[in-house]
Structure formats: structure tokens, C-alpha cells
Design a protein around this ligand. Structure first.
Ligand code: ATP
Ligand code: MG
Length: 796
């Protein structure tokens, strides 16, 4: 007996309720931050289930794996365990699941590898080298970004070649074509392919599309503002725009989002998808939510005041009945260390006087490298913390090496992984030998793995005996490990890899302290593998769709109920655990490493990672022009609008208490830079902020003579004084910076920069603290620099 459907509506406001009970036509819920969009989605799913929908008919898409797990958990709480059979996942996980089932249709083998950004860049570097492209004019990074953009637009290599209008585009198309061929040879897909190939599957194989349409009668998408074109098409293909040939009606679609929180344009996300939902789905109904349940009115007013400055947006009236709450606390620090000390001191105090627990508190910054200073202070003071993101565990060299071994065992054609471990640890297969084998593979049109085997058998002439022996040893080693992989669980395979390759012994023997850390990380990876095996053994959670029948197999079959029964009872074959494990670790994203509540730690993360989350106390740090908004965005209206949305996201994560801080001086490229207040800071109405410390008066000559060494006067921390100061600045802030501007430039000037080298000024913009120059540094790229303070730049 399910729960009473009406019960699931209690505690929702009328608009939320409308969204939960709406049936039939496509539904768009647009609303500002904290208005309950995610909650509506969760309750809608529960309500559907309580009204007779089967869990197997529901597909929900969230932005992170972690959010997916939480949503599923919440629905299970509301309607019970049977909800576990729903598909709740990210776009990427969902596509992997589909592709593993349907790989035959696309000519893929089911053990395909998933290449992440680093793998694709390696492959692109290899290709660019083979095509003898000048790596300065065509950096692998740039090629990778452009190829990714094409894929996000669903442009295939042929079309890219046809459309190419300039030299760069022609080169990109050429590399793109070779890249796709090499991915196919390696039986690998990159992240963008996961989406693109699923779209292809649904568009070109009507029977498959119909199978999924028949099966998933409800498709729900959270954070719809951050979908890209490929994801938009994917949703449309899944849902359908009309009945199929055999009369299956379109599925019910519900998407929720907030155009003001779109912060992934740099990855191809487009708010077009949310803005033109009604055009894409003419029958659509739109519901607006206006009450915010997360934040105090003070916090909301600040957020509204900032986002209002963005052009071309629909204004929303977001209100809260949580009361005004506490004023926002502002702090102007001398430098980044002072800022971190302030944050740490406040956290200590808040926890000490019982206002908050460590878990309640989050510190946000614009870029990952800003975490270091906070970590140092937190460690010194013994404050428990956790950094989310940064150099991720799975990006560490030793972890990648170990995983590359597993991938090669799982998918022998995975060339990028194979070449990664060819001589790791060193076994006498040098660059030349590798090049000879690669050339042989190319010539014979065989895979690198096959060429390696031929080399071992002495069939590649250009190799000397030593290289041949080394290669033969390596091939044997892989064969041995492969036989281990057939009968052992992942943790055991991993142990054997570390043992038999000599990888562990090499680290053991080293006295480099970094190698000790590497060993620890590998031990951690073995633990991850062990836990993974245990979780599967315990049948805790269906890991993926690997063992599910393909569309063809079940296309004629039956009701969703029958399908689900199948899904629940089908155990996953043991020999598949390696694939499943690799898939799991490939799809881990920054936000997935969030601490579980109860850990008792402060969370440190970038603003991007904070999307969708909420914390009672939030510290927004580094609010300085050039840091946030990011240097790149200065003078670029579109990028600045995106940064402002990021500010909006940051402010609206806070429930009760918001802190905003900036530093007068901050090291960048090893040099102190003076930074003016973030323009976003000046957009927060003065009366909402109580300044703990403002910018000290500075006399012009002093600034110049004792740069970096000046201690600020700490008596300014009084709030009476602060009342005089708008946005943490004295009323005459101009005095200081005018003298601080070290450089005046005009288009055509030649300059030299400590990091970028020689350059030519293309244009300049703005005056005073906002003056910027766009400078072409040749191979180092075109860079926009702010000209205040001691930019490590000299005019020639
Ligand atoms: P974001 O735009 O940041 O993703 P959102 O619109 O998805 O936010 P939710 O996270 O769903 O908002 O909700 C914000 C907070 O408000 C949550 O703590 C949620 O439980 C609470 N909330 C939402 N609706 C209600 C309601 N009707 N009554 C009480 N609390 C609510
Ligand atoms: Mg949400």
C-alpha cells in the first residue's frame, strides 16, 4: 500500500502544488534560487509513484551524482524502497547506462573505455604531433576545447570540415576527424561522445528510441539552465514530439531551472534551452515560484540587487518570510592571509558560542588555487575542513597510472592507456621504440596493442633486440594480469598490478616524501576498489545497466513492471566488475566528494561547485575585481554577466548568515597585486552590510614606498567608522590607486610580462582601478590584464 498521494502535497505552496500534480503537457518550472525547484521535482516523482506510475517509468536527471543519490534517497523516504528502480542520474551516467546496453547497435564493444579531459588531450597531442602541427599555433588544449564545442553542438567531423572558414577551423576539423577515428580504434568514448552517441542512437534507430519512449513515461530534469545543445536534443529525442509509428505518445517532461543561475556557458550550456522551452514544446505550461524558503530577506535583497544589473533578463520577484535576519558581514583584509585568518577566527567564534556547527559552514572562492591559504590557516588553528575539488584524487598521477592498467586489462584496444603505462614503471621501452611500434600500427592498419604483440614476436624490423625483449616482457606481463582479472575481484587485480609491475616496489624504495604520499593514495584506491566490490556483493545498489538486456532483446517484451522485475533480479556477472568499477570512477565529479553531513567539517569549494547546495553560514571570499569577477571577464560583457550569475549563486547558498570579504593585496604569479573591490561588492546595497573592517586611509607616497610591507591600521574595525564607508572603501578611494597605477599603455605598445613574455598591446579599456589592456603574447595567447598595481609587466 503506497502512501496517501495527498499527503505528499502538504507543506507545499499553491504554485509548488500545481507543479507537482500537473499532468499531460510538458512543464517548465522557472524560479529563483531556493524557491523549492528541486523539492518540487522530488515531490513530483513521489506523487507520480503514489498515483500508480511504476518506478521503472521514471527517469530523472540531476547535475551531479551526489544530487542524484540524494534525490533518490528522498523519494525512497517518501514512498518506500521500490523507488530504487528509478533511473536518477546525471546526463553522463544515464548515457553510459544506455550505451552499455545498446553498444552493439553502434558497433561498440560493451567494455568501451571512457576518456576524460586528460585522456582526450593526450590523444589529441599524439594526433597533432603526427600531423606535424605547430604546437604553439595549435595548442592541444585549444584543439580539445574546439572539438568539445563542436560535439556539444552535435557537429560531426565532416560537417565541421565543410563549415571551416579559416585555417584554425580547418585544422580543428582535421584533428577532429582523426581523433574520432582513433577513439573508435581504441574502443573509447570521451565525455562529449557519451551524449552525442546516445543522441545518434535515438535518432537513427527508431526501434531503440521507441523502446525507451515506451519505457520512460516521465522524464524530469533539474538545473535545466545548464544544459547544452546536445543535452537539449537528447531530452527531446527521449521524450518525443509526437506519437511514434506504432502510436507511443510522447513522455511527460518536467524541467526546472533558473536562467540567473546559468554558470556553465564555458562548457556550452545555453540558457536558450530554458528561455525557449515554450517554443520547443508548444503545448508547454510554465509555473513560476516566487517564495524563497532558504534565505533571510537581507541575503535575498543582496542577491536581487546584484543580479538585477545583468541585461536582458526577466526580473523575478523573490521574497522570503524568514525575516530580515542578520546583516551581511563585510571585511576588507590587508592580504589573502589576513582574509583567511579573519574567516578562521569567525568560524572558531561561531562554533564556540554555539551559533553554528562546522558542518553548517562553507567557504567559497572563485578558483581552486585560492583554497591553499585557507587550508594553511585551518591546519594551524586545528579547524576541521574538507576541500571539495581541486587536484582531484582521480587526477593524481599514480592513481591514473594504476587505473590505466585496469583499463588496458578491461579493454585491450585502449591505446591512450596502453601508451601511458608502456614504460611505467621504466622497463626499457623508450620513446623511439614506442614511435616505431606506433608507425607499424599505422602502416599495417592494426591497433597499437596488436603492433606491440608483433613487435614482441620479432616481426617489427626497426627494433633492436633490447627493445624487443622489453616489449615481449611487457606483453607477457599484461597476459598474466589479464588471467588474474578473469578470476579475481577489482581490489585483488589492483594489488596484483601494483605488485607484478614493480610499481609499488619502486615507490617503496624511494626516499622522496612525495612518493610516500603516492603510496598512500594507491592504498586508498585499493580501499575504494574493495568497498566497491563489497557494495556490489551486498547487492546494495544496482550499479548500472551493464547486465540489462538491450532494447532489441526486450523490445517486444512487455509491461514496464516485467522489465523492472528483470532489472532487480538480474545479478551482475563477476567478470563485469572491472568495467563497472572503471565506469564508476570515470564519472566521479568534484561535487561528488562532498562530505556527508555529520562529518563535522567546514566545506571549502569553488562557487561553481556550490550550485544547488545550501549552508546556514557562507563566507564569500576574494571579492576583488580581477579575482572575482575573473580577470578574463573584465571588459567582456557576456563573461561578466556569467560571473555576476555566479555571484548570485554564491550569495543565495546562504541561509542565515553571509560574510563577504576581499583583500587589498593578493599574490599572483608570485608577486603582490593590489586589487580593487569587486564590482559585485559595490552592487550590494550599503545598508545590508555591516563592515567589520574597511579599507584604511592610504596616503599616496606611502603606497609607493612601502609596497607590500605596509601594515594596515587595525583600529578601523569599529562599526561606527564602518558606517561612513560604502562597500568597505573610504569616501576618497581614488587617492591610493591613482598613484598605484604603474603602467599606462596604448594600442601598439610592446611589453614584457614575467609569466607570458613578450607581447603587443591590442587595445586598452577603462580608467583608474578598472583599466585593462588586451595583450597578444604570441604563443602564450591573448591575455587581458588589469593595469592597476604591480602587474609584473614592463613597457618596452
Ligand atoms: P536552487 O535554485 O538553489 O537549486 P531550489 O529552487 O532547487 O534552489 P530547493 O533546494 O528545492 O530550492 O529548496 C530550498 C530550501 O527550501 C530547501 O531547504 C527546501 O527544503 C526548502 N523548501 C522548499 N519549499 C518549501 C516549502 N514549501 N516549505 C518549506 N520549505 C521549503
Ligand atoms: Mg535546486
Amino acid at each position: 500500500p503506497g502512501p496517501d498521494p495527498e499527503h505528499l502535497l502538504t507543506g507545499l505552496n499553491p504554485q509548488q502544488r500545481d507543479a507537482v500534480v500537473h499532468t499531460g503537457s510538458p512543464l517548465l518550472v522557472v524560479a529563483g534560487a531556493g524557491s523549492g525547484k528541486t523539492r518540487v521535482l522530488t515531490h513530483r516523482i513521489a506523487y507520480l509513484l503514489a498515483n500508480g506510475a511504476h518506478p521503472g517509468q521514471i527517469m530523472a536527471i540531476t547535475f551531479t551524482n551526489k544530487a542524484a543519490a540524494e534525490m533518490k534517497e528522498r523519494v525512497v523516504e517518501l514512498v518506500g524502497r521500490r523507488a530504487n528502480a528509478m533511473w536518477v542520474s546525471t546526463f553522463h551516467s544515464m548515457c553510459v547506462r544506455v550505451l552499455r546496453r545498446e553498444c552493439k547497435t553502434l558497433g561498440l564493444s560493451s567494455s568501451f573505455s571512457i576518456y576524460d579531459a586528460d585522456d582526450s588531450r593526450r590523444l589529441i597531442t599524439m594526433i597533432a604531433r603526427e600531423l606535424e602541427l605547430d604546437s604553439k599555433r595549435y595548442p592541444a588544449r585549444t584543439l580539445a576545447v574546439q572539438i568539445s564545442n563542436l560535439k556539444n553542438e552535435l557537429v560531426d567531423p565532416e560537417t565541421a570540415a565543410e563549415r571551416a572558414g579559416n585555417d584554425m577551423e580547418r585544422k580543428v576539423a582535421q584533428v577532429y576527424e582523426a581523433y574520432q577515428r582513433r577513439l573508435a580504434d581504441s574502443n573509447a568514448l570521451d565525455f562529449d561522445d557519451l551524449i552525442m552517441r546516445t543522441v545518434e542512437l535515438l535518432q537513427h534507430h527508431p526501434a531503440v528510441a521507441e523502446h525507451y519512449r515506451r519505457r520512460f513515461r516521465h522524464v524530469l530534469v533539474d538545473e535545466y539552465q545548464d544544459t547544452n545543445h546536445a543535452q537539449y536534443v537528447l531530452v527531446r529525442e527521449l521524450v518525443g514530439t509526437g506519437p511514434t509509428d506504432s502510436g507511443v505518445e510522447p513522455a511527460e517532461l518536467c524541467v526546472v531551472g533558473d536562467a540567473d543561475q546559468s554558470i556553465y556557458a564555458f562548457r556550452g550550456a545555453t540558457i536558450r534551452n530554458i528561455e525557449e522551452f515554450e517554443r520547443d514544446y508548444p503545448q508547454a505550461r510554465t509555473i513560476l515560484l516566487e517564495q524563497n524558503y532558504r534565505s533571510t530577506q537581507t541575503i535575498l535583497s543582496a542577491a536581487n540587487a546584484v543580479i538585477r544589473r545583468n541585461p536582458n533578463r526577466r526580473d523575478k520577484r523573490l521574497w522570503s518570510d524568514a525575516g530580515d535576519g542578520e546583516a551581511i558581514v563585510g571585511y576588507v583584509a590587508d592580504n589573502e592571509h589576513d582574509e583567511a585568518a579573519f574567516v578562521a577566527g569567525e568560524i572558531d567564534r561561531l562554533v564556540d558560542d554555539g551559533t553554528a556547527t562546522f558542518n553548517d559552514i562553507a567557504v567559497f572562492y572563485r578558483t581552486n588555487n585560492q583554497s591553499r591559504v585557507f587550508e594553511e590557516v585551518f591546519i594551524r588553528l586545528g579547524l576541521p575542513y574538507r576541500v571539495v575539488g581541486g587536484v582531484r584524487f582521480y587526477e593524481r598521477r599514480e592513481v591514473r597510472d594504476a587505473l590505466a592498467y585496469l583499463r588496458v586489462l578491461d579493454n585491450p584496444d585502449d591505446t591512450v592507456s596502453l601508451r601511458r603505462i608502456l614504460n611505467v614503471p621504466k622497463r626499457g621501452i623508450g620513446d623511439r621504440a614506442e614511435a616505431v611500434v606506433a608507425a607499424h600500427a599505422d602502416q599495417e592498419r592494426i591497433s597499437f596493442a596488436s603492433a606491440l604483440r608483433q613487435a614482441a614476436a620479432g616481426k617489427v624490423d626497426a627494433l633492436n633486440t633490447r627493445a624487443r625483449r622489453a616489449i615481449a616482457g611487457f606483453v607477457d606481463l599484461l597476459d598474466e594480469l589479464r588471467s588474474v582479472a578473469v578470476e579475481s575481484d577489482v581490489a585483488e587485480v589492483l594489488e596484483q598490478v601494483l605488485e607484478r609491475t614493480g610499481y609499488r616496489a619502486e615507490l617503496d624504495a624511494s626516499d622522496d616524501p612525495q612518493d610516500a604520499t603516492r603510496l598512500e593514495n594507491l592504498t586508498e584506491l585499493v580501499t575504494v576498489a574493495r568497498e566497491f566490490t563489497e557494495a556490489r556483493g551486498g547487492g546494495a545498489e544496482p550499479t548500472g545497466g551493464e547486465a540489462e538486456p538491450s532494447a532489441e532483446a526486450v523490445v517486444a517484451a512487455a509491461t514496464p513492471a516485467a522489465e523492472d522485475a528483470e532489472e532487480e533480479t538480474l545479478g551482475l556477472p563477476a567478470d563485469d566488475s572491472l568495467s563497472a568499477f572503471l565506469e564508476r570512477v570515470s564519472l566521479v565529479a568534484d561535487a561528488d566528494s562532498l562530505p556527508e553531513s555529520g562529518d563535522g567539517v567546514v566545506t571549502l569549494m569553488t562557487l561553481h561547485t556550490a550550485k544547488g547546495l545550501e549552508f546556514p553560514v557562507v563566507f564569500l571570499t576574494g571579492w576583488e575585481d580581477g579575482v572575482f569577477p575573473h580577470m578574463r571577464a573584465l571588459g567582456e560583457p557576456a563573461e561578466q554577466a556569467e560571473e555576476r550569475r555566479l555571484a548570485y549563486v554564491g550569495i543565495t547558498r546562504a541561509r542565515q548568515q553571509l560574510y563577504v570579504s576581499r583583500a587589498l593585496m593578493r599574490s599572483a604569479w608570485g608577486q603582490p597585486m593590489t586589487n580593487p573591490a569587486s564590482r559585485f561588492l559595490t552592487e550590494i546595497p550599503e545598508e545590508l552590510v555591516q563592515w567589520r573592517r574597511v579599507e584604511p586611509e592610504r596616503a599616496a607616497p606611502q603606497v609607493r614606498s612601502t609596497w607590500g610591507g605596509r601594515r594596515a591600521d587595525r583600529t578601523g574595525s569599529d562599526s561606527a567608522q564602518a558606517g561612513l564607508a560604502a562597500h568597505g572603501m573610504r569616501s576618497t578611494p581614488a587617492k591610493g590607486w591613482k598613484d598605484a597605477v604603474a603602467i599606462k599603455l596604448a594600442a601598439g605598445d610592446r611589453v614584457t610580462h614575467d609569466k607570458y613574455g613578450l607581447g603587443t598591446v591590442l587595445s586598452t579599456e577603462g580608467e583608474g582601478p578598472r583599466a585593462t589592456a588586451t595583450i597578444d603574447f604570441g604563443s602564450a595567447g591573448t591575455v587581458k590584464l588589469m593595469l592597476i598595481g604591480s602587474v609584473p609587466l614592463t613597457k618596452l
